[in-house]
Design a protein around this ligand. Structure first.
Ligand code: WTA
Length: 651
C-alpha cells in the first residue's frame, strides 16, 4: 500500500454540539440523522422526490431515477421541467423581495454593494436579454471570466434563465488556461472585466483575455465589465461594455422551461492529463442537491448572513455562493479581497462589519491567519458567528483547534465538508446539530450518499484501514459526463470499481463509522486548496523555449498544505541559472496563473523514466518530499539519474 495511505495519528478529542446550537438546529440528534439517512438509502427515489418538491417545477417528472450502468449514464427527475434562476430569484419575490440576496464587499473598504432579491432579479433578467439580443439560446456556451463581483453571479444566473450553459473560468488563471477552456467548450461569448484587484494592485484581465482569444475563433462577442476603470483596449464589432449593453434593455425575461437533465454548466477541473476535464452538471439534480446540502449542513436560518470565501470560479463558489444559498433565499456575502490585505485581520473585520453568522473557508486560509496569533482576531467582535465550515483539503487538527477556539470561541460547531467539483455538492460532512466532532474527520455521509473504502486488494477495507474511497450509487448532484468526452468520464470515474463512482481520494472509516480523508492518489496537487494538475504545469513549463522536459510534484508546505516542486531538463546547451529559474516561474504564472507557480525548480540532466519513457512521479515525489528512501528504482531505464537528483535536491 502507498505509504500515504497509512495512518498514524490518533485523534482523541471530541466536541459534541453545544446545547444552545442543538436546540435550534434542523437536525438535532444522531438518532434523527440515522433515521433520515436510513430512509434515504432504503428508499432513495421516495427520499429524493420529497426533496425535489422543495423547488418549483413547471412540470413534474416521469421517473425519479434511471440508471444505465453499462453506459455510465443516469438521469434524475426525467422529463421534469424547471428553471434555476426562477428557483433562485422569482420564487422569493413574493415572500421577501427586499431581502438582501448579495452583500458585496470590494477590496477597498468603502466599496460595498447590496443587491436585494428584487434588484438581483432585475439585473439577471436584463443580462439574459442582452444575451438573447446577441442571439444566444438554450444550449449555447458562455464563458465567464470575472473577478469576485456581483456581475459574476448575475451572468451565471442570466445563462440559466435562457438555458445557456456557463463555463466559469477562475480569474486567477491566465491566458493559456483560459484559452484551453474556451477551445474545449467552444464558447461563443466571453464575459470578462477590464481588470481585477489583488492586494492593492490591479490586474489587467482584459489583456489576458485578449491573448487567450487570439486562438479562439469560436468567440464572437466579448462583454466587458468596467470594474477597475483602466483603459481596456476594445475591439470594434466584437467587444462591448456591460453597462452600455444593460442600458435601456428590458428587465422582463420569462425563464426558459428547462428539462431536468438539460446541461446547466461546465466547470473545468484538473486531472491526470494536461487537458482539464469539463465536468458537466445538469439542471434538476444539481439544484436539488445543492439546495438540500446548503440547508441542512449549514443549518440554514432565514436570518443568516452566510459567507463563503471561495471564488465563484471554483465549484465551491458555484454551489455555496450562488446556487445553494440563493435557491434557499439566503443572504450571501461576496468578498473581492484577500485575507491579509490591507491587514491580516481583514476576514475578522468583515465578519464583524456585516455580522456574519456562518463562515465557510479553506484550511489554507486558516493556517495562514493562525500564524499571526490571536491578537488580530481579538480586535474584533465575532459574536455573530454561530457556525464554521471548511473545505478543499484535509484540515490538520492544530488548525482545527485554533479555528474552533479562537474564531468560534468554542461555541460554534465546525462542518468539515468533503466533496469535489465532480460531486456538485457536499458528500461527507458533520450535521452540526447532530454530530460529535473529531478534529480532522469529515464525519458522516450526507443523505443518499453511500461511501465505501477499498483496500489495495480491492476488498472492502476493515475499520481504520486506509484505502480508496468510492461511492456506490449516483446521487442527484453527481456530474453526468465530461464535456465532449464520455469515454474519459467512464475511464476516470467508473472503471476502477465497475459501476461505482471512484473519487481518486484515499480515506479510512474509523470504528465509530466516521470518515477521515487522506489526500489524493492521482497527480493532482492541492495548493492552497486549489486543485492543480501537475501535467498542466508541466506543459506550461515545456512551452518555454529553453525547456526540454519537466516533471512536477507536490511537497508539503506549512501554509499552502502543498506546493509545487518542478524538476526541469533544459534544452541542450542552455545553462540553468537562477535568472532562468525566475523566468520559468514567471512563465508559468503568465501562462497558467499565479496559483500554479512552482515554489521550487531543480534543474536536472535527466528524469527518472520507465523503459517505455513514462516519468516516474512516485520517485520525483519521494525526492521532493525528502524521503530517506525513494523506493524501488529497478524498473527505471537509467537508475543513476536518481543519485544525481538526490545530490541536487533543494532543501
Ligand atoms: C480535496 C473542492 C479533505 C479532496 C470542493 C478532493 C478535501 C478534492 C476536502 C476536490 C476535505 C476537498 N477534506 N480533502 N474537507 N474537501 N478535499 O474539485 O482531495 O477543487 O478530491 O473541489 O479536494 O477538489 P475540488
Amino acid at each position: 500500500m502507498d505509504p500515504a495511505i497509512l495512518h498514524i495519528h490518533e485523534e482523541e478529542r471530541r466536541f459534541p454540539p453545544p446545547q444552545a446550537f442543538k436546540a435550534k438546529a434542523r437536525i438535532k440528534s444522531i438518532a434523527e440523522y440515522n433515521s433520515l439517512y436510513e430512509e434515504s438509502i432504503r428508499h432513495p427515489e421516495q427520499f429524493w422526490a420529497k426533496q425535489a418538491e422543495l423547488l418549483r417545477w413547471f412540470k413534474g417528472w416521469d421517473s425519479v431515477f434511471d440508471w444505465d450502468r453499462e453506459a455510465c449514464r443516469f438521469t434524475w427527475f426525467k422529463a421534469g421541467k424547471l428553471n434555476v434562476s426562477d428557483n433562485c430569484l422569482d420564487r422569493h419575490l413574493e415572500a421577501h423581495p427586499e431581502k438582501v440576496a448579495i452583500i458585496w464587499q470590494g477590496e477597498p473598504e468603502q466599496e460595498v454593494r447590496m443587491l436585494t432579491y428584487r434588484q438581483l432579479h432585475q439585473e439577471v433578467c436584463k443580462f439574459a436579454n442582452v444575451l438573447k439580443k446577441k442571439g444566444f439560446r438554450k444550449g449555447d456556451r458562455v464563458c465567464v471570466y470575472l473577478p469576485m463581483i456581483p456581475e459574476a453571479a448575475i451572468a451565471m444566473l442570466a445563462c440559466t434563465r435562457i438555458g445557456a450553459i456557463h463555463s466559469v473560468v477562475f480569474a486567477g488563471f491566465s491566458s493559456a488556461a483560459l484559452k484551453d477552456r474556451i477551445q474545449d467548450s467552444q464558447a461563443e461569448i466571453l464575459v470578462t472585466a477590464d481588470g481585477s484587484r489583488r492586494s492593492g494592485k490591479d490586474i489587467n484581465l482584459k489583456e489576458m483575455a485578449d491573448i487567450a482569444i487570439k486562438d479562439c475563433p469560436s468567440i464572437k462577442n466579448v462583454i466587458v465589465v468596467q470594474h477597475v476603470k483602466n483603459s481596456a483596449a476594445m475591439r470594434k464589432g466584437r467587444d462591448s461594455f456591460w453597462h452600455e449593453e444593460m442600458c435601456g434593455i428590458s428587465d422582463i425575461c420569462e425563464p426558459e422551461h428547462m428539462d431536468a437533465e438539460d446541461p446547466l454548466f461546465i466547470l473545468y477541473t484538473s486531472g491526470t492529463t494536461g487537458k482539464p476535464k469539463g465536468a458537466l452538471h445538469t439542471t434538476g439534480g444539481y439544484l436539488v442537491y445543492v439546495h438540500l446540502t446548503f440547508r441542512d449542513i449549514f443549518d440554514y436560518k432565514d436570518s443568516d448572513i452566510f459567507w463563503c470565501t471561495a471564488d465563484v470560479g471554483w465549484i465551491t463558489g458555484h454551489s455555496y455562493i450562488v446556487y445553494g444559498p440563493l435557491s434557499n433565499g439566503a443572504t450571501v456575502l461576496m468578498f473581492e479581497g484577500v485575507p491579509t490585505y490591507p491587514d491580516n485581520d481583514r476576514f475578522w473585520h468583515v465578519i464583524e462589519k456585516f455580522k456574519v453568522t456562518v463562515f465557510y473557508t479553506a484550511p489554507t486560509a486558516i493556517r495562514a491567519l493562525m500564524r499571526f496569533g490571536d491578537a488580530p482576531v481579538k480586535k474584533h467582535n465575532l459574536s455573530s458567528l454561530r457556525l464554521l465550515g471548511t473545505v478543499g483539503e484535509p484540515i490538520n487538527p492544530e488548525a482545527w483547534m485554533w479555528y474552533y477556539s479562537t474564531i468560534g470561541n468554542s461555541k460554534c460547531p465546525i462542518v468539515d465538508t468533503w466533496w469535489q467539483t465532480e460531486t456538485g455538492g457536499i458528500l461527507i460532512s458533520p450535521l452540526p446539530g447532530a454530530m460529535t466532532l473529531k478534529p480532522g474527520s469529515v464525519s458522516r455521509p450526507f443523505f443518499g450518499i453511500r461511501p465505501v473504502v477499498y483496500n489495495e486488494e480491492g476488498n472492502l477495507a476493515k475499520r481504520d484501514e486506509g484505502g480508496y474511497l468510492a461511492i456506490t450509487h449516483p446521487w442527484p448532484g453527481l456530474m453526468r459526463t465530461v464535456w465532449g468526452n464520455h469515454e474519459r468520464y467512464i475511464e476516470t470515474y467508473w472503471e476502477k470499481y465497475k459501476g461505482e463512482y471512484f473519487t481518486e481520494d484515499a480515506a479510512r472509516i474509523d470504528k465509530d463509522g466516521d470518515i477521515w480523508l487522506m489526500g489524493r492518489i492521482d497527480d493532482v496537487i492541492k495548493v492552497s486548496g486549489h486543485r492543480i494538475g501537475t501535467a498542466e504545469v508541466e506543459s506550461a513549463l515545456v512551452s518555454h523555449p529553453s525547456v526540454a522536459e519537466a516533471g512536477v510534484v507536490g511537497r508539503p508546505h506549512q501554509i499552502k498544505g502543498q506546493c509545487l516542486y518542478a524538476f526541469v531538463t533544459l534544452k541542450h546547451g542552455i545553462q540553468g541559472t537562477d535568472q532562468l529559474k525566475q523566468e520559468l516561474i514567471q512563465h508559468v504564472s503568465t501562462t497558467m496563473g499565479p496559483i500554479a507557480k512552482p515554489d521550487y525548480i531543480q534543474f536536472a540532466d535527466g528524469l527518472p523514466k520507465t523503459r517505455s519513457g513514462k516519468i516516474m512521479r512516485r520517485i520525483l515525489k519521494a525526492i521532493a518530499e525528502g524521503a530517506a528512501d525513494v523506493g524501488n528504482t529497478t524498473t527505471l531505464a537509467d537508475p543513476t539519474v536518481v543519485d544525481e537528483l538526490l545530490k541536487h535536491r533543494i532543501e
